[in-house]
Design a protein around this ligand. Structure first.
Ligand code: DOR
Length: 438
């Protein structure tokens, strides 16, 4: 914790969108908080930020980010991804291991962790691969990654499913020793061979090979049962169907230790987007139907789905701007996630700001085992917060995003809500644009 940081006094901002307060950020913590200008002596030298009309939340935590380093630094780096994250209001991200080389050893996860520390814009926590090279053949050195400087607790072969039930069982058993969890990319491979989009009316009309909902639901059901059997912890990545919601709800009801995430794009966009064959809308799992979206939104509101995770998946133009069949699946998410959640969940009345803090900060931090992120906005807690202008409306410009890649599905769209400033332990990673003095 740095003592040379200049204190920041945020005047009249609304924690969780409730009554406006002044917040003094000093020495890396929320040093004072009150209804009128804080009287703390440190406020005298503080940089003043006019928080009128702004909402304060704990810094956002993304459990599912692809930073592409090492190996695909033409698509994203830890630095550019961290910048996109901070601009999106994030203060911590978990980096998926489908890099080149795969993050399946202590050496690679430590490299990613170290790069994150050097950049210093968000806390970067590497996720380790479950199997060597994510090939689904034998377990990676999970304990070595857990015991490394990166202290890995989440393991995933994301991009691919750990489809072998015996390997999945062993992985669930193994991570119990260090309170880890397996984050499953639920996709039955045989049922999705050659799949290009959601299997349904639109795929039939377009003549594209479909990715049936049951390919996701069957793996989630199996893994919940395996988790019960082993007594371990399962996290389900990017839940995308109404049937998956039912499977997770039933498992939670009987006490399965399972958590689930939904992406912003699965809350907003449907498979109808494939009609123009624009590969920017190709993603895995694919965009589903309007009724799936309805079920996902309700499940996020009522807690069956625990969190929003971006699945930020940058791709270089040569991999993305090609014909649909050959294009890599995935879309950018870090800089637009909060706005999409405001659009789909807050404006519809399904979540209030406390709810947004829960699904985008507190619960992801808890699932990931972070002790100093997703903390309540109270005196003495880390000054790791985001300031949001909920009234702002902005038009997404793909070229203006901080990511090295441009594959946002929201280009040209108007979205509500903008991040005004992000603070990581009292240090501005995104500076307040609404200064009134200091
Ligand atoms: O669309 C996706 N892109 N889904 C995944 O699971 C992997 C990701 C990527 O790495 O590009």
């Amino acid at each position: 914790m740095s003592t040379e940081l200049r204190p920041v006094l945020i005047r009249g901002a609304a924690p969780y969108g409730e009554d406006p307060l002044d917040l003094l950020l000093a020495d890396g913590v929320i040093a004072d908080m009150g209804p009128s200008t804080v009287t703390d002596a440190r406020a005298v030298d503080a940089e003043i930020v006019d928080g009128t009309g702004l909402v304060v939340l704990p810094g956002l935590v993304d459990l599912h980010t692809h930073l592409r380093e090492p190996g695909r630094e033409d698509a994203e780096t830890v630095e550019t991804g961290s910048r996109a994250a901070a601009l999106g209001g994030y203060t911590a991200v978990f980096a998926m291991p489908n890099t080149d080389p795969t993050a399946d050893t202590a050496g690679v996860v430590e490299q990613v962790y170290r790069l994150g520390r050097e950049v210093g814009l968000v806390d970067v926590h590497p996720i380790g691969a479950v199997t060597v090279g994510r090939k689904g053949e034998r377990l990676a050195e999970l304990a070595a990654m857990a015991n490394s400087a990166a202290r890995v607790r989440i393991f995933s072969d994301d991009g691919d499913c750990v489809s072998d039930p015996l390997l999945m069982r062993r992985a669930l058993e193994y991570v119990k020793a260090f309170d880890g969890l397996i984050a499953q990319h639920a996709q039955e491979p045989r049922l999705t061979e050659g799949a290009q989009m959601h299997e349904g009316i639109v795929s039939a009309r377009l003549g594209m090979t479909g990715w049936p909902a049951v390919a996701e639901e069957a793996i989630i059901a199996r893994d919940c049962l395996l988790t019960d059997h082993v007594g371990s912890r399962l996290h389900v990545c990017h839940l995308s169907t109404a049937g998956s919601v039912d499977v997770v709800a039933a498992a939670k009801k009987r006490g399965t230790t399972v958590t689930a995430e939904v992406t912003p794009h699965h809350l907003l966009l449907t498979d109808e987007r494939a009609v123009g064959y624009d590969p920017v809308f190709k993603v895995n799992p694919p965009l589903r139907t309007a009724s799936d979206i309805g079920a996902l939104r309700r499940a996020l509101a009522d807690g069956v789905i625990d969190i929003v995770a971006t699945d930020h998946a940058p791709h270089a133009s040569q991999d993305k701007e090609t014909e649909w069949d050959n294009a890599s699946p995935g879309m950018l998410g870090l800089q637009t996630a909060l706005s999409v959640v405001i659009e789909t969940m807050v404006r519809s009345g399904l979540l209030d700001w406390r709810g947004v803090a829960r699904v985008m900060s507190e619960t992801p931090a808890r699932i990931g085992g972070l002790r100093d992120q997703g903390r309540p906005l109270t005196v003495g807690e880390p000054a790791t917060v985001v300031l949001i202008d909920p009234q702002a409306v902005w038009t997404v410009d793909a070229d203006a995003l901080a990511s090295l890649s441009c594959n946002t599905p929201y280009a040209g769209m108007q979205l509500p809500g903008r991040v005004v400033a992000t603070y990581l332990r009292g240090r501005a990673t995104v500076s307040a644009a609404v200064l009134v003095g200091g």
